[in-house]
Design a protein around this ligand. Structure first.
Ligand SMILES: Nc1ncnc2c1ncn2[C@@H]1O[C@H](COP(=O)(O)OP(=O)(O)OP(=O)(O)O)[C@@H](O)[C@H]1O
Ligand SMILES: Nc1ncnc2c1ncn2[C@@H]1O[C@H](COP(=O)(O)OP(=O)(O)OP(=O)(O)O)[C@@H](O)[C@H]1O
Ligand SMILES: [Mg+2]
Ligand SMILES: [Mg+2]
Lengths: 152, 165, 152, 165
């Protein structure tokens, strides 16, 4: 198990730094084992440096920078160990327009391996979906599907 | 093709039987505040065996069951079913279509179903575990929790990597 | 002090229920003293019922319903005890389009008593500002004002 | 007219002197993620006497001072000044314009200023308290904290009402 965990960690670390660099158009990020001698007992540290800045502790990142860094981590886990489907509930809420486009690109690049179901209020994110479910509260206070749009 | 359908009945605000069919690619779920979108994400967590009610904005089993509104009486049972296309044998079972279900009653009792037959909670976990889907933290990212991994202590983050191994 | 606190509490309670009803176009909300015999030692409970639903505990409200309920509380405190200025940092992030319009209306109705400085990514909220400051990170990783638009 | 100007220098990402003039009505602050918008809200909390660093996404005084970037050296001091129009006598002082300031040094020392002259922290609190602005929880609502009041325990919420009294 220890060997597997280490192999996975290295893969996720590789993808995390690639995706961070892509999403932030620069900068760098990495993952560290707090106790490299004993990987299966070790904790995992995260460092993230947006372009042009000094390495900040995670607590100094802005709301949108935190979301974007987290998205880079989620997609690197998906890359190292794909799962058949993934539900994302308003993960784009803190992102500005430019970062939503980058997030969309990453989502699309994974959509052939993983089915994504994404809850969002963002027009830009909705645009790339093949299927759109509209939900509403009916008069009886009951949730129902009100519309469905399927591409092609 | 992996996930085919999600069926909800009596689960939180979904009093009537509601079916979502999923295609390949990206599906968006949209709607006004309070319309029930996050309840759908909670339903997926729940049917996959989630036992921590606070991660589904609830305290007890009863909170998962439609509590009634001004014009519709409360229900006695909540049921959620996930239907998978298993033609590639991704789930370690003989069937080409596999449905996983969970039911809960006001008594607090929970039932787990595999292709309609009752199974133990343990069996469900083994099924998902065998397919690398063990109550995975990155299969459902709940609202407001996108950056949860950044707030965890380093030791707690290890669980994310163990699942991915 | 006890007398003042009670008087303020009653005023805030009154406005909270009014603003909640306005923002949700229906439903009802209220504030309760956990220990009405001793107002200055008592805690304050909140109950909120969106239209068509049963009274839910606050934890069952959706993300947007929580934000909207919180906005109703903030504006009722402002109404009972106006302050000269108020900074709001992305309080509209979880709101859908319809609720942003209601939030805007409430903001505008208070703007003659209180100066509002609001940080937002929402086009709809930006539209109602008299002054708009654009901030950007320069090459040196330093924040600077890049644009300013002042109405009339 | 109450708030006239906010001046920042060396505070977090605002290395150069930056001045915001405020008119009546509504002012919007917009910009990309990470550009420094929430740092402005932190600056207002800080100059009004905030002592809890965690409420300003920091741990120590030094975190408030520009830490330097790849192309610009760190600074030794952070300063924030709020300038009020006091023609209506809203602040209990003789002046028609009142400026309140705070400075911090890498040594950890904090200075408080009133119209340019050093005062004690206590004096600043009395000034704001007298004008009903005691470190008020609803003067600055930080990012992600809009629904904080809903998450408080009932006893903790009482402080909101005491301030409004
Ligand atoms: N057991 C239950 N019975 C009936 N209704 C319930 C139950 N549990 C939750 N609800 C209702 O579901 C609603 C919340 O739904 P949900 O959180 O899914 O909204 P949402 O579409 O995600 O909204 P937002 O866009 O604001 O995040 C609440 O208004 C609550 O009343
Ligand atoms: N002491 C400091 N010195 C230099 N830069 C700092 C300091 N403290 C914070 N920062 C920088 O400020 C940036 C965060 O700014 P801020 O949180 O204000 O962004 P924002 O505009 O609110 O973004 P968002 O839209 O994502 O919320 C971080 O990238 C961080 O590097
Ligand atoms: Mg939601
Ligand atoms: Mg911010």
């Amino acid at each position: 198990v220890e060997h597997e965990m280490l192999a996975t960690f290295k893969q996720v670390r590789q993808w995390f730094s690639t995706y961070f660099n892509m999403l932030f158009s620069g900068g760098s990020a990495s993952l560290y084992l707090t106790d490299p001698e004993h990987p299966s007992d070790s904790g995992v540290d995260i460092s993230a440096r947006p372009p042009g800045k000094r390495t900040t502790s995670l607590s100094m990142l802005s709301g949108g920078e935190r979301s974007l860094t987290a998205v880079a981590l989620i997609f690197s886990l998906l890359q190292a160990h794909p799962v058949p489907f993934c539900f994302l509930d308003e993960v784009d809420a803190a992102l500005d327009e430019a970062n939503i486009f980058r997030f969309r690109d990453l989502l699309r690049s994974h959509a052939s391996d993983t089915q994504f179901i994404i809850i969002t209020h963002n027009r830009r994110t909705i645009e790339i979906a093949q299927t759109i479910y509209g939900i509403a509260m009916g008069e009886q206070g009951i949730s129902q599907v009100v519309s469905l749009k399927v591409d092609g | 093709m992996r996930l085919k359908r999600l069926e909800l009945q009596g689960f939180k605000s979904f009093a009537s039987r509601t079916i979502f069919s999923f295609e390949d690619g990206i599906t968006a779920i949209v709607g006004p505040n309070g319309s029930g979108k996050s309840n759908i994400a909670d339903a997926v967590r729940w049917v996959m065996g989630e036992q921590s009610y606070s991660s589904m904005r609830a305290k007890t089993t009863e909170d998962m069951i439609f509590a009634g509104t001004r014009t519709r009486a409360k229900l006695g049972m909540a049921e959620v079913i996930l239907v998978f296309d298993n033609t590639t044998g991704w789930l370690p079972l003989e069937y080409s279509e596999v449905s996983v279900g969970r039911r809960a009653y006001r008594s607090g009792e929970n039932e787990y179903l595999l292709n309609g037959a009752r199974v133990r909670y343990r069996d469900l976990l083994d099924l998902f575990g065998g397919a690398g889907l063990a109550r995975s933290n990155y299969t459902v990212i709940s609202q407001g929790m996108v950056d949860a991994a950044l707030s965890l202590r380093p030791e707690a983050r290890r669980a994310l990597f163990e699942e991915a191994a």
